[in-house]
Design a protein around this ligand. Structure first.
Ligand code: LLP
Length: 416
């Protein structure tokens, strides 16, 4: 197999390069980083997050009343949230815990949960949150709470299931049988009632994640716009779902085509337009560093890392692809290799037949790329493992933004 590490990495953008024979990412020597903070370690680059925000703002610049939100579920580290909020981006929150994080960093937010409880809706109304109603039952609860004297919301959203969905793996959130959103006919009734009460509202749909086809987003926005104009909504939110290339042969989604397509929809200026991506802003802004514990010299060899599905669950859960690089010896010849974690599950596997240096040894540092979104947030304590640390690279300097869990303190001693 070819010895082409730098080429392979450059396929992911200009953030990777070799200096003094050592692999650097966003100005930092990854091996040094792993040795200094230990592994497994999530490292994020603030410049990359800011750059991705700028790309989206430019791409959607032609839409008259566009606002960018960020889906907190993709990465909820408070320092990352502060950074994103400082760019004027609002937040999309899946529940009141995420809303609390938004409030902590002072960002305006929308609460976009499903199957709300009465208690949650009561709290949300008290907080004057913009609630995205996922079900007519949620509206019934809101009406009940209002009749009992709860504060009137300034604005609500109605989440629609437009009848179709799309997305990578199983990440389809719309269409027949989906648990998300309400049928357009139900939404029409809810919209009429909200309007009759003089409450301003928008319409929302999020039908899938990891989508690379610009026409999907334009179609969805067009559907929402027609619906909004019909029922008197003041805003549309076409969700997140923007695909990100994880594999070397995948290309960037043409976000400009989405922006221009939506900007040219007739009457688009009559509504505010929101998008709420998570993955797009964070995936390429994070790497996961692990260490090789040992290698089974089978054919193919099996490399065992100190972090597995407990740290990054996406490969085990979706068979998602993440590029894997041996940071310690990037120059060696590459042979097909199986790369796994140490969890007692056969699905605890990062990849098979991956080109990996034949000279790899225990103690080598390994980088798993595109781990900034849906990485730490989906990590677990499975097999009683401790969660990793997170660091942020800002202008070439590094700071710890979440300490590593300590097994004796956080796992063993916290038991009653
Ligand atoms: N808004 C809502 C209401 C959502 O449910 C989601 C994601 C987003 C926005 C952001 O979607 P994004 O832009 O990140 O595609 N765990 C999976 C992703 C699940 C996404 C679920 N909802 C993964 O690791 O790929």
């Amino acid at each position: 197999m070819a010895n082409g590490l730098v080429e392979a990495c450059s396929a992911f953008g200009t953030n990777f390069y070799r200096k003094g024979g050592k692999l650097h990412w966003c100005g930092v020597n990854l091996e040094d980083l792993a040795r200094r903070y230990g592994t497994p370690l999530y490292a994020y680059a603030s410049d990359e997050v800011r750059r991705r925000i700028k790309v989206l703002k430019n791409a959607f610049g032609a839409i008259p009343r566009f606002h960018l939100m960020y889906a907190v579920k993709a990465n909820n580290n408070v320092e990352i949230l502060k950074l994103i909020a400082s760019e004027g981006v609002r937040f999309d929150c899946a529940n009141l815990n995420e809303a609390a994080l938004a409030m902590k960093v002072g960002a305006p937010y929308m609460l976009s949960g499903i199957f709300y409880t009465r208690e949650e809706l009561e709290a949300a109304l008290r907080l004057k949150a913009t609630v995205n109603l996922d079900d007519p039952a949620a509206w019934d609860l809101v009406k009940e709470l209002l009749s009992e004297g709860a504060p009137r919301p300034k604005r609500l959203f109605i989440r629609l299931n437009p009848g179709w969905g799309r997305g990578a793996f199983s990440l389809i959130l719309g269409g027949e049988g989906s648990k998300f959103g309400m049928k357009p006919d139900d939404a029409r009734i809810v919209a009429r009632e909200i309007g009759d009460m003089g409450i301003e509202f928008g319409v929302h749909a999020m039908v899938g994640s990891g989508i690379f086809d610009p026409s999907h987003f334009i179609r969805l926005a067009s559907f929402l716009l027609d619906f909004a104009l019909d029922v008197g909504a003041v805003a549309i939110d076409f969700g997140g779902g923007f695909g990100v290339p994880y594999k070397p042969d995948e290309t960037e989604l043409d976000v400009r085509a989405i922006g221009d397509g939506i900007a040219s929809l007739p009457n688009i200026e009559k509504v505010e337009v929101y998008a709420e991506p998570g993955r797009y802003l964070l995936a390429s802004a994070g790497v996961l560093l692990c260490k090789i514990c040992s290698i089974k010299r089978t054919d193919p060899p099996i490399v065992g890392l100190d972090g597995g599905m407990n740290v990054l669950m996406r490969p085990a859960l979706y068979k998602a692809y993440h590029e894997i690089v041996n940071v310690t010896r990037p120059m060696s010849d590459l042979i097909p290799t199986t790369i796994v974690g140490r969890i007692c599950e056969s699905t605890d596997e990062f990849g098979r037949d991956r080109p990996f240096p034949s000279a790899s040894e225990a103690g080598d540092v390994v980088a798993i790329l595109h781990a900034g979104a849906y990485g730490y947030v989906m990590s677990s304590n499975y097999n009683s493992t401790a969660k990793p640390a997170e660091v942020l690279i800002e202008e070439g300097s590094v700071r710890l933004i979440r300490p590593r869990e300590e097994p004796m303190r956080d796992i063993v001693k916290s038991s009653p």
